[in-house]
Design a protein around this ligand. Structure first.
Ligand code: 13P
Length: 233
């Protein structure tokens, strides 16, 4: 399974290095594919089994894009994994589907492993399944769903950082629909915690998780990795 941590705008560079060191110890003992997305200022060269990726980058080698980083800055640290389409970038930072697709193409051409996020806001979910599927389908526009280095993460916006999660039946239902769109591994994200990860990982068509706040302590994230190992035994 794929167990991924999105640290968002948390932990300093110093604390991130300690965090990765701790998680590396459990990843070494684990069968899982472990990914960590630290804040950009915490990126570095990590010679670890844990794969460190960037939460964002601009589709450019370098240039005049104030506040962004490009390929040159990622290459410095050997980073070949990127998160694209996260709901916080779509909704807070206003990234359009067109721009997201452009970014996807750029990093695909560079051979990056792409964790591509989709998910609906609350009002869309409340509008019924058809509307919800149409909304999520639009987030696949311009995306090469057959890209061999693609991982998709379904993250309902209303479940992110709220402590709310869809029911396991709802997760299975939407994951089954999304599996028809792409053969890529499909992660669930949104309020995954130590106390619900076992249930989520056992849902059909869930190939792993993308965890935010509950992954901020290495000890908790390690427990999740261990739970995933136990389930596979
Ligand atoms: P939380 O786990 O804090 O809900 O965040 C999920 C997320 O956005 C991961 O990308």
């Amino acid at each position: 399974m794929i167990i991924a941590a999105n640290l968002k705008t948390n932990l300093t560079r110093h604390d991130t290095a300690l965090y990765i060191e701790e998680v590396e110890k459990c990843a070494q003992k684990s069968e899982q594919e472990v990914l960590i997305f630290p804040a950009i200022s915490s990126l570095d060269t990590f010679e670890t089994k844990v794969e460190v990726g960037t939460q964002n980058a601009y589709p450019t080698i370098n240039g005049a894009f104030t506040g962004e980083i490009g390929l040159e800055q990622l290459d410095e640290f050997g980073i070949k994994t990127i998160l694209i389409g996260h709901s916080e970038r779509r909704h807070i930072l206003g990234e359009s589907q067109e721009f997201i697709a452009q970014k996807f193409d750029y990093f695909k051409d560079q051979g990056f492993k792409i964790v591509y996020c989709v998910g609906e806001p609350k009002e869309v979910r409340e509008a019924g399944k058809m509307k919800m599927l149409a909304y999520i389908s639009a987030q696949y526009e311009g995306i090469d769903t057959a890209y061999e280095n693609l991982i998709i993460a379904y993250e309902p916006v209303w479940a992110i950082g709220t402590g709310l999660t869809p029911t396991l039946e709802d997760i299975q239902d939407i994951h089954t629909e999304l599996k028809k769109k792409s053969p890529a591994p499909l992660l669930y994200g949104g309020s995954v915690k130590v106390n619900n990860i076992k249930d989520v990982l056992q849902v059909k068509n869930v190939d792993g998780v993308l965890v935010g706040s509950a992954a901020l302590y290495a000890e908790h994230f390690c427990t999740m990795i261990e739970y995933a190992d136990a389930l596979e035994k």
